[in-house]
Design a protein around this ligand. Structure first.
Ligand code: UD1
Ligand code: UDP
Length: 362
C-alpha cells in the first residue's frame, strides 16, 4: 500500500484534489491510501467548505488553520505544521497541487525530510517572476521527484530548466489536466439539478461571467480601475462572484459598482459550473477559469499580460487583454469562438493517469 499525504489549502486545489481523491478511493483503493492536510489558507464557508460538500471530498484528516497573512508569515507557519505532520506520519510520498503558498510549503517541508514530492500541474510558466505563483511553481518543480504535466508546453518548459525525464531522479509525465476530469464529472450532476443559480439570479443565457483576484490586478489601483472601466462598457449584463481579496480592495478604494454587473459572493463549484456553461463569454484573470472557459466552449478574455495556458490563446479561444480598458471593451464586443476545439488537456482521465504515473515512478 502506497501511503500518500496530500496538501490542499486554496480553492483551486480543492477542485483538483476532488478528482484524485475519488480515484484513490475507487479504482486504486487496494493500492493507495491518502492522508489529507488542509493548510487553512482559504477558510470562508464559500471558499472552502462548499467545495468539500459539492464535490464530496473527504473531510481533511488534519486542518492546520493557518488563515491569512503575509507570504512569509503564512508560508512559514505552514512549513512548521506540515513538517510536524510528516514527521508523525512518514508517508511514502507528498502530493501537491498547482502554485499557491500551500504548494510551496508542502514541497519544501517534504523534500527537507527526503520524502519524495509529486507535483500536479508541473511545468506551468508565465515567465513573470514577479508573480508569487511563478516563484512557487519554479521552486516546487525543482524540488519534486514526480512531475505531472498537464500539457506538452509544460513538459518543454521543464526541459528548458533541466528538469528532464530520467535525469537527476526526475520522473516527468504528461497526464492531461485534472480540471477537465472535474468539469466533465460534475457537469452531469449540475445538468440534472433544478433551481440553480442562473434562474435564481434571473439570468437568461445572454450574460458574461467575470472573475478577478490576481494580486497584480487587485493590488494596483490603476490596473483595477482600467479593468473596471473596460468591463463596465459591456452591452450585455455580467455576473461577478467576488473573491474576498477583491471585495476588500473594491471597498477600500470605493470602486463604484457598474450598472450592468451583478456582484455576488464567491460561489460553490456546482454554481460556478452552471454559470460557466450558461454564459456567452468569460472575462477572468484566473488560471483555472481560463481552462474551464475552453472546456465549456466559451470565448475567454484574460485580464493578464501573460498566461500559462498558452494553448488556449494559440487555439484562438482566449485573448490576452491585460488591464487595458479599450482592449477589454473591444474584445467583449466581439468575443471569438473558433470552430475547432482540439483536445488540448487530455481526455478526462487524467486523475487515473496521475495515480498510475505515481505508482510507476516510485
Ligand atoms: C491564492 C493563491 C493564488 C490562487 C488563489 C485562488 C498564493 C500566493 N496565491 O490567492 O495563486 O489563484 O489563492 O483563489 O498562494 N481571504 C478571505 N477568506 C478566505 C481566503 C482569503 O477573506 O477564505 C482574503 C484575506 O483577506 C486574504 C486574502 O483574501 O488576506 C488573500 O488570500 P490568500 O490566500 O493570501 O491569497 P489569494 O489571493 O486567495
Ligand atoms: N471557482 C468557484 N467559485 C468562484 C470562483 C471560482 O467555484 O466563485 C472555481 C473555478 O471554477 C475553478 C477554481 O475555482 O475551478 C479556480 O480557482 P481560482 O480562480 O480561485 O484560482 P486559480 O485557478 O486562478 O489559481
Amino acid at each position: 500500500m502506497l501511503r500518500i499525504t496530500t496538501i490542499v489549502g486554496a480553492r483551486p486545489q480543492f477542485v483538483k484534489a476532488a478528482v484524485i481523491s475519488r480515484v484513490i478511493r475507487e479504482p486504486f483503493r487496494d493500492r493507495v491510501s491518502e492522508f489529507l492536510i488542509h493548510t487553512g489558507q482559504h477558510y470562508d464557508e464559500n471558499m472552502s467548505d462548499v467545495f468539500f460538500r459539492d464535490m464530496e471530498i473527504p473531510q481533511p484528516d488534519l486542518n492546520l488553520q493557518i488563515g491569512s497573512g503575509s507570504h512569509g508569515e503564512t508560508t512559514g507557519k505552514m512549513l512548521i505544521g506540515i513538517e510536524a505532520a510528516l514527521l508523525a506520519n512518514r508517508p511514502d510520498l507528498l502530493l501537491v497541487y498547482g502554485d499557491t503558498n500551500s504548494t510551496l510549503a508542502g514541497a519544501l517541508a517534504a523534500s527537507k525530510l527526503h520524502i519524495p514530492v509529486a507535483h500536479v500541474e508541473a511545468g506551468l510558466r508565465s515567465f513573470n517572476r514577479q508573480m508569487p505563483e511563478e516563484q512557487n511553481r519554479i521552486v516546487t518543480d525543482h524540488l519534486s521527484r514526480v512531475l505531472l504535466c498537464p500539457t506538452s508546453a509544460a513538459v518543454k518548459n521543464l526541459a528548458r530548466e533541466g528538469v528532464v525525464e530520467g535525469e537527476n531522479g526526475y520522473r516527468v509525465f504528461r497526464t492531461g489536466d485534472v480540471m477537465l476530469d472535474a468539469s466533465l464529472f460534475y457537469r452531469e450532476r449540475v445538468a440534472n439539478r433544478s433551481g440553480g443559480i442562473v434562474s435564481t439570479l434571473g439570468l437568461s443565457g445572454d450574460f458574461f461571467l467575470l472573475t478577478m483576484h490576481r494580486a497584480e490586478n487587485t493590488d494596483d489601483p490603476r490596473r483595477l480601475r482600467a479593468i473596471w472601466e473596460g468591463v463596465s462598457s459591456s452591452e450585455i449584463p455580467g455576473v461577478f462572484p467576488v473573491h474576498p481579496r477583491t471585495r476588500k480592495v473594491i471597498e477600500q478604494i470605493g470602486l463604484r459598482p457598474a450598472k450592468n454587473i451583478t456582484l455576488i459572493d464567491p460561489v460553490g463549484y456546482h454554481d460556478m459550473i452552471e454559470l460557466e456553461s450558461s454564459c456567452r463569454f468569460i472575462v477572468t484573470d484566473s488560471g483555472g477559469v481560463q481552462k474551464e472557459a475552453y472546456f465549456f466552449g466559451k470565448p475567454c478574455i484574460t485580464l493578464r499580460d501573460q498566461t500559462e495556458w498558452v494553448e488556449t490563446v494559440e487555439a484562438g479561444w482566449n485573448v490576452l487583454a491585460g488591464a487595458d480598458s479599450t482592449t477589454i471593451s473591444q474584445a467583449m464586443k466581439r468575443p471569438i469562438a473558433p470552430k475547432e476545439q482540439p483536445p488540448l488537456y487530455g481526455d478526462g482521465n487524467s486523475g487515473r493517469e496521475i495515480v498510475q504515473a505515481i505508482l510507476t515512478a516510485l
